[in-house]
Design a protein around this ligand. Structure first.
Ligand SMILES: [Cu+2]
Length: 360
């Protein structure tokens, strides 16, 4: 009965979104318990206050200054002991729920999370990095999270899970999804309808735009299939399409591809252009220069831009993917002969046999 009132309903309510993890029901229980305790005292105090206002209102002939009230042991016990029991109960139940969330099961599946201005990336044990979190249902998942720049905070409301992601240290969080969610939209070529992911560190310009989603696969097998598929792009897209995908994951917040200005220079017509740097030197934007700009961005600072804005992507974007980004920049530049762009995914180019790639 009590449990039914205190939100063991899994669906969304006025206060809370649907429950989709093993700890969600306990969090809601505590939330509603405190909420109803507050309702109770709010109305109790309000009714008594109104009652006293009426009962002791000013009437003609009444004594102006009644004798000060003395000491009432019963009353003092009443306002001391029940509230103490209530707060101790809240603390006990809260600590119990906190421990469930804090103690990570040793068999949890581990995913690395990186927060950076202004997106999330998720790296799997095989090294695959994606911009949306995919997990299997009914499997405990541990997130080991860090930030390359400022403090971020990862929040999945349906899981009731939130944790700060702090530069210079790893924070950890775990959850176990109880509901499968999300499907692949073949027309749009992307996953849709997952549980939303937010950054709740609202202290800078675009944390609120660090939106992503959790796709919960119904079984471990389906998750493993997804991961195997996500790990290989060479049989699915051209290198310039892969470059565009990486751009969407890491670079959109600072670089435009249509010539408009942003934190960093636009990539439109960048490849092959002459670059001038703050130290007075110059160079052509060729493959080497772009690779260096991605791995060692502080070596040459483009004139007109402040240094220290762009972080190195060394260890985050591998050489193959840097190659794909360079192809993408070539596809955006009028200084590159567009008829030289690859037309097929590398694994499907004639004469290239990739034994390891799963068959389409
Ligand atoms: Cu953020």
């Amino acid at each position: 009965m009590l449990n039914a009132i205190l939100a063991q309903s899994k669906g969304a309510t006025f206060w809370m979104p649907e429950q989709a993890s093993t700890v969600a029901a306990e969090v809601d229980w505590m939330f509603y318990a405190i909420l109803y305790i507050c309702y109770f005292f709010f109305f109790l105090i309000l009714v008594m206050m109104l009652g006293f206002v009426l009962k002791y209102r000013h009437r003609s002939g009444a004594v102006d200054h009644p004798a000060p009230a003395g000491h009432s042991l019963a009353l003092e016990m009443l306002w001391t002991i029940p509230p103490t029991i209530i707060v101790l109960f809240i603390a006990w139940r809260g600590i119990r729920g906190f421990m469930d969330m804090a103690v990570i099961p040793p068999n949890a599946y581990e995913i690395q999370v990186t927060g950076q201005m202004w997106n999330w990336s998720f790296t799997y044990p095989n090294g695959t990095t994606v911009s949306e979190l995919h997990i299997p249902k009914d499997v405990p998942v541990r997130l080991v999270m860090n930030s390359t720049d400022v403090i971020h905070s990862l929040f999945v409301p349906e899981f009731r899970s939130k944790k700060d992601v702090v530069p210079g240290r790893f924070s950890k969080m775990w959850f176990q999804a109880t509901e499968a969610r999300g499907e692949y939209d073949a027309a749009q070529k992307k996953w849709v309808n997952g549980f939303p992911i937010y950054c709740t560190e609202y202290c800078g310009t675009s944390h609120s735009e660090m939106l992503s989603q959790v796709i919960v696969h119904p079984t471990r097998e389906m998750f493993d299939d997804w991961l195997a598929d996500a790990s290989v792009w060479t049989d699915k897209m051209t290198p310039q399409a892969r470059g565009a995908q990486l751009y969407g994951m890491y670079c959109t917040s600072c670089h435009s591809v249509d010539g408009s200005s942003n934190t960093g220079p636009t990539w439109k017509d960048l490849f092959g252009a002459d670059r001038a740097f703050t130290d007075g030197s110059q160079s052509k934007a060729d493959e080497d220069y772009i690779r260096e700009s991605i791995y060692y961005p502080q070596k040459k600072i483009v004139a007109g831009y402040p240094a220290g804005q762009m972080n190195s992507f060394l260890g985050q974007i591998n050489e193959t993917d840097v190659g794909a980004i360079i192809w993408y920049m070539k596809s955006l530049s009028d200084k590159f002969d567009q008829s030289n762009l690859p037309t097929k995914p590398p694994a499907l180019e004639e004469g290239v046999v990739d034994e390891g790639a799963p068959k389409p």
